[in-house]
Design a protein around this ligand. Structure first.
Ligand SMILES: C[S@@+](CC[C@H](N)C(=O)[O-])C[C@H]1O[C@@H](n2cnc3c(N)ncnc32)[C@H](O)[C@@H]1O
Length: 214
């Protein structure tokens, strides 16, 4: 088992009890997703954690699959689903990198608070692009530490070596946007909550036709 899985398993119960840091910003993000969501949409959420967002959004989708690499996180998500059954929602233990699905099979993919935690965010973005149908939407919320907390790239590794925090990649909002555009996405909406928030919420679309030059 990798260190990331061990970390998330260890903190899963505590994570489940944590209140949402900025309730207004969270509701705004949910509203934006709902604006794009249809009752026949096939949705994938990766890094779903304890499933809170999936439980709120799945009723507006056709089919909603939520995956997470941590068995403990998924155990908690399954528990919540058992006490609040939603027919079109299923949880599965899987890393995004190992997830098996047909190319171009999802209308919407969500990655909330996860891209900065992945070993290779660019590869993940390309995989998401591949899994989306043309016209499909990628919704992400990502900690972009490079803008105001570049120093984190020096202290972060100490914290993760001590097992206090997960490994975090440090990049800026511009870096993230360039990664999305480089993979072929059009960015349709950006929201950075006011104050000292480091989170960048983006709605990006896989264009209907492949307009990239060879
Ligand atoms: C910060 S939590 C975010 C959870 C949830 N999306 C939220 O917004 O509350 C990050 C989650 O990503 C999961 N995770 C980390 N690496 C992953 C990967 N490669 N594939 C899928 N899930 C992963 C962790 O187990 C953890 O549950």
């Amino acid at each position: 088992m990798g260190t990331s899985v061990r970390f998330w398993n260890r903190i899963a119960e505590r994570y489940a009890k944590q209140p949402i840091a900025d309730e207004d910003a969270y509701q705004h993000k949910l509203d934006k997703v709902r604006d794009c969501l249809n009752a026949d949409h096939k949705v994938l959420e990766f890094g779903c954690g304890t499933g809170s967002t999936a439980l709120l959004l799945a009723p507006g989708a056709g089919d909603y699959k939520a995956i997470d690499v941590s068995p403990k996180m998924i155990e908690i998500a399954q528990r919540k689903l058992a006490s609040n059954p939603i027919d079109n929602l299923s949880f599965e233990i899987s890393a995004l990198e190992d997830f098996q699905a047909e190319k171009q099979s999802f209308d919407m993919i969500l990655g909330m608070s996860i891209l900065h935690l992945l070993e290779d965010p660019q590869a993940a973005i390309s995989r998401v692009f591949e899994l989306l149908k043309p016209g499909g939407i990628f919704v992400s919320s990502t900690a972009c530490l490079g803008d105001n907390m570049g120093w984190f790239r020096y202290v972060g590794p100490v914290g993760s070596f001590l097992g206090l925090i997960p490994e975090v990649r440090v990049f800026s909002r511009a870096d993230l946007q360039n990664s999305l555009k480089g993979a072929g996405f059009d960015i349709e909406y950006q929201f950075v909550p006011e104050g000292k928030s480091i989170a960048c919420f983006l709605v990006a679309r896989r264009p209907l036709a492949n307009t990239k030059c060879r």
